[in-house]
Design a protein around this ligand. Structure first.
Ligand code: FAD
Ligand code: UDP
Length: 379
């Protein structure tokens, strides 16, 4: 008999949901995290009465009612709707790409005028694609993010709002990036600045840490604890391991390193009530070294006398840095598939989450994956 049923490596959303459900089913869990706090990237911390999103803006959104109800069963969510503003030099535009953006760019007022303008802007990209159509006239899929963006929204928006932001965010040319990244953003012909298309959206009242604390209530948790520091010992402790860290690290990088993108956050408390009038302002030109400034109080309609802002700087990733974004291009996905072969042969390790599955998951997708994993395990 081992001391624990499950050792959960990582106190992020995946690990916390798994532990909560396992405990509810009578299982004994130990959760460890190498950071000095629980919550992983959704961690929030109070400063000046404001819940600061320590690892960048986190807006929960989903169309899945079960997921929404599940999260709201821990802490109720407010009605926050993400509507970032993009700043390109001295110009301001609404995101995602919608009638407000099109009007500010070209002065168009109706959806038909906007569509005609975008059609004109896309002509060059469509002509190129048409030249490479197959015998049935099907256009080839866009090969990279630049082609995708030009075919989705045309040249002006690509040049002002996408190219610079994307290239600094990912540290690569848009022609070297996979097209799926830009498909995350809606394009719509209504005056609607809601960044997401999902049915449900909001921020948990009191911050995300309050949710994770509830999930981990009554479960043994050790922070500042790295699985790899005492791997052999941990492997003896529990019947099974739930691993939400990097899969390549788990296997000693034996096939080579997967690529990630990192970030650096610089926060400041300002003796001001309202710095930028919006929670998220994106800086889309390449020359500004950060991608966005977050003003945290606006996520919860704060009226405090001070404000906290965070500049988010993209950064190259090397071993030892925080791997915020998996680089899901062809090369890395192929390398990951090799690690996944090893992983699928494991009898007593379950891999999950953004790092364990090497997927650019949003929170709602992690909730689904964690519930699926724990239900399969307990059934
Ligand atoms: P993580 O939160 O990364 O948790 C994994 C944990 O494992 C970490 O705490 C890590 O320290 C720990 N760990 C790793 N290796 C070890 C080890 N060897 N030993 C011990 N512990 C270890 N999603 C949205 O839905 N909406 C958003 O607006 C949004 N914004 C985002 C903004 C940014 C800047 C980023 C980076 C992500 C954003 N996300 C957003 C995605 C969201 O953060 C993730 O989907 C979610 O947090 C992933 O949870 P996880 O448990 O898989 O991983
Ligand atoms: N993007 C952009 N301009 C913007 C915002 C986003 O070009 O003002 C692109 C960029 O490539 C980014 C992708 O769209 O990586 C996805 O944006 P999202 O806001 O979903 O990124 P995340 O919040 O996950 O960093």
């Amino acid at each position: 008999m081992k001391q624990y049923d499950y050792l959960i490596v990582g106190a992020g959303l995946f690990g916390s949901i798994f532990s909560y459900e396992a405990k509810k089913a009578g299982k004994k869990c130990l959760v460890i995290d190498r950071r000095n706090h629980i919550g992983g990237n959704v961690y929030t911390e109070e400063t000046e009465g404001i819940n600061v999103h320590k690892y960048g803006a986190h807006i929960f959104h989903t169309s899945n009612k079960e997921v929404w109800d599940y999260m709201n069963s821990f802490v109720e969510f407010n009605r926050y709707t993400n509507s970032p503003v993009a700043r390109y030099k001295d110009e301001l535009y609404n995101l995602p790409f919608n009638m407000n953006t099109f009007h500010a760019l070209w002065g168009v007022k109706t959806p038909d005028e906007a569509k005609a303008k975008i059609q004109e802007q896309m002509r060059e990209a469509l002509e190129q694609a048409t030249a490479n159509a197959d015998a049935d006239g099907n256009l080839p899929d866009p090969k990279n993010l630049e082609e995708q963006a030009l075919r989705l929204i045309g040249r002006d928006i690509y040049e002002k709002l996408i190219k610079g932001y994307t290239e600094k965010q990912w540290g690569k040319r848009a022609t070297e990036l996979p097209s799926f990244i830009i498909k995350r953003l809606p394009v719509r012909f209504t005056y609607d600045n809601n960044y997401f298309n999902d049915k449900y959206q909001g921020i948990p009242n009191g911050g995300y840490t309050a949710i994770i604390e509830k999930m981990l209530d009554g479960i043994e948790v050790q922070t500042n604890t790295d699985f790899f520091a005492k791997r052999a010992e941990y492997e003896q402790m529990a019947e099974k391991i739930v691993f939400t860290g990097m899969l390549d690290e788990f296997y000693g990088y034996r096939f080579g390193e997967l690529e990630y993108r990192s970030l650096r956050f610089e926060s400041e408390v300002l003796d001001l009530e309202n710095y930028q009038g919006n929670a998220v302002v994106n800086y889309t030109e390449y020359e500004v070294p950060y991608t966005r400034i977050i003003e945290h109080k606006h996520f919860e309609y704060g009226t405090q006398s001070k404000t906290v802002i965070t500049r988010e700087y993209p950064a190259a990733w090397k071993k030892g840095d925080e791997p915020y974004y998996p680089m899901n291009d062809e090369k890395n996905n192929a390398l990951f598939a090799k690690y996944q072969e090893l992983a699928s042969a494991e009898k007593s390790v379950i891999f999950g989450g953004r790092l364990g599955e090497f997927k650019y998951y949003d929170m709602h997708q992690v909730v689904v994956r964690a519930l699926e994993a724990v239900r399969a395990e307990l059934s």
